[in-house]
Design a protein around this ligand. Structure first.
Ligand code: SF4
Ligand code: SF4
Ligand code: FES
Length: 279
């Protein structure tokens, strides 16, 4: 059975920490999480690894594998060359707990700041109706498994700017799913501005690492940026609202008549691009 060399980060916040090498026998079909389990079973029973489903669905095994934020249970050992060493590190954006485990609780605090789904209070829920295309539009955002790989790779958060009011790509995805929901009535545009959507410079790094292939930048962040720009920075939209005496509403629960009509051939402020183009 061929051996593959893994360099695994070991340490705690109280210790200096460093990389420990392990030679792991590799069988066909193994993923990096299997190799970590082999290390736990045979060489280092105290190696800390967070995992749960081993099916790329719980989002808990996120780590950095050869520098790329990845799910250990979705990264195949066969993705690496036979003589290639594999380095496994914790998510660097978040505080270290031990070895490969980090404290991602900051994300759950951010999540609490997002205005939840706000349906209409009048009428019967049984009477709610919306179109299939509206469902398809938000379906993508509901695929998020909260692995926080996108949060890890985002340079705004990675540069330890989490004390600044930037919620990060995962929570822009959640906000987009709510804002584009056809019957949601809340208006999160001011929160988006305060939440620092302007910090994002659309590098698409978050999209590249998302294991659910959510087009985070094209389909979530860019439409949200457009909403903030329309509300706060577009003089024509501002003048139109003054004339109409309302706010600019581009949300799923659209406030009809408040936003400037889109000219033929112009871009809709609320529609995500249909393909990967757009930034
Ligand atoms: S596209 Fe924006 S949110 Fe995504 S990683 Fe880049 S800066 Fe962060
Ligand atoms: S958007 Fe993608 S990368 Fe970010 S937390 Fe959700 S599943 Fe993970
Ligand atoms: S163990 Fe659940 S996503 Fe990897």
């Amino acid at each position: 059975m061929p051996l593959v060399h893994l360099n695994v980060f070991r340490g705690t916040p109280q210790t200096e920490g460093g990389y420990v090498g392990y030679d792991v026998p590799v069988e066909e079909g193994m993923v990096v999480l299997d190799a970590l389990h082999w290390i736990q079973a045979n060489e280092a029973p105290d190696l800390a690894v967070r995992w749960n489903c081993k099916a790329a669905k719980c989002g808990s095994c996120g780590c950095e594998i050869n520098g790329k934020p990845s799910l250990a249970c979705k990264t195949r050992m066969s993705d690496f060359g036979p003589d290639e060493a594999i380095t496994v590190e914790p998510l660097r954006t978040f505080p270290l707990v031990r070895d490969l485990v980090t404290d991602v609780s900051w994300n759950y605090e951010v999540n609490k700041r997002i205005t939840p789904f706000t349906p209409p209070t009048d009428g019967d829920q049984a009477d709610w109706r919306w179109q299939q295309e509206d469902i398809e539009r938000v379906q993508e955002f509901r695929k998020c498994i909260e692995c926080f790989l996108c949060q890890d790779v985002c340079h705004v958060l990675r540069n330890h700017e989490t004390d600044r009011p930037f919620v990060g790509p995962r929570f822009l995805v959640r906000t987009a799913g709510l804002e584009m929901h056809p019957i949601d009535q809340a208006d999160r545009t001011a929160d988006l501005k305060d939440g620092g959507v302007g910090y994002c410079n659309i590098t698409k790094c978050c999209t590249e690492v998302c294991p659910e292939h959510i087009r985070i930048t094209d389909n979530a962040i860019i439409p949200l940026k457009e909403r903030v720009a329309d509300r706060y920075y577009d003089p024509i939209q501002i003048a139109w609202r003054k004339i109409r005496g309302g706010r600019s509403g581009t949300g799923g629960g659209s406030r009809a008549g408040e936003s400037l009509p889109v000219l033929p051939g112009g871009s809709s402020t609320g529609s995500p691009p249909s393909d990967g183009a757009g930034s």
